[in-house]
Design a binder for this molecule. Structure first.
Ligand SMILES: [Zn+2]
Length: 266
């Protein structure tokens, strides 16, 4: 089966991961900018990181036959360092115009502070200005409140639901989208987010329209084979093959093609 992982932090992974992903059918990945695990102390380290995931990481993926795209952002957690945020936000605008950058993200709320909301709205404006889709990170604590606040902000900013993806959903948050057109993401990350089984249950319950699944694989206990494993689990349950392919391959293409920079053709 042909697969795409639309949210994974390959910078934290070893080449064996690329090899296993390629063997399992992963043909392309999207690498969003994120927190490094410890706080950055100067704007220069953001610049080097953006350059690294755009250049070196894309080349590394291609050695394994995997197409690699990026989304660029000041992440929600580091938006709380306001002097640093002021320096980094204009950089985001510069980097989001690079050729492999297919969106802005991860943006959004983490601890749900006002500083995070400021950087979130600023980057939503950038996305509209440059006509790019966004990946929005949902907070892990007080998640339901976080989704409600996020939905208010994206509506208030007049975001186009076709270009707005809210990621890291759970059983608790999925009902909040009823009657809306926002894209929703499920992150299979057993420790703090979802197991393969729980994600498969959600897919069976809600269907695959405007839904994406990803591994968000990083330096934590996570699995770069989460998307292939979900595809196998859905197949085992007898879920229609064309729906699995829509979810795990065609939906990420449809979403990121809107950037005008998605060069991977199925
Ligand atoms: Zn992430």
């Amino acid at each position: 089966m042909r697969l795409i992982d639309p949210h994974t932090h390959m910078v934290t992974r070893v080449t064996d991961d690329y090899e296993r992903m390629a063997e399992a059918g992963v043909e392309a990945v999207v690498e969003p900018s994120f927190w490094l695990g410890s706080p950055r102390t100067s704007a220069g380290t953001f610049m080097d990181y953006f350059e690294h995931i755009i250049g070196f990481e894309t080349q590394r993926a291609r050695q394994f036959g995997i197409e690699h795209f990026n989304t660029i952002a000041l992440n929600p957690r580091e938006a709380n360092n306001e002097p640093l945020a002021k320096e980094v936000l204009p950089m985001v605008e510069k980097f989001c115009q690079r050729e492999t950058v297919v969106g802005i993200g991860e943006i959004g709320l983490d601890r749900q502070t006002d500083a995070e909301e400021f950087a979130f709205r600023y980057q939503l404006h950038l996305a509209k200005k440059h006509n790019l889709p966004v990946i929005i990170h949902l907070p892990h604590q007080y998640k339901k409140l976080g989704v409600e606040r996020t939905l208010k902000i994206v509506a208030d900013e007049g975001m186009d639901p076709s270009k707005t993806l809210l990621d890291h959903n759970t059983e608790e948050t999925m009902p909040l989208y009823e009657g809306t057109q926002w894209w929703r993401g499920l992150t299979i990350y057993a420790v703090t987010k979802l197991t393969v089984e729980r994600a498969a249950n959600i897919v069976e319950q809600y269907g695959v329209d405007r839904l994406m699944v990803n591994s968000s694989a990083d330096w934590g206990v996570s699995d770069p084979l989460s998307v292939p494993k979900l595809a196998v689990e859905l197949k085992r349950r007898g879920y229609p093959r064309d729906k699995i392919e829509q979810l795990c391959f065609h939906n990420p293409i449809a979403y990121y093609r809107q950037s005008g920079k998605w060069t991977f053709q199925p």
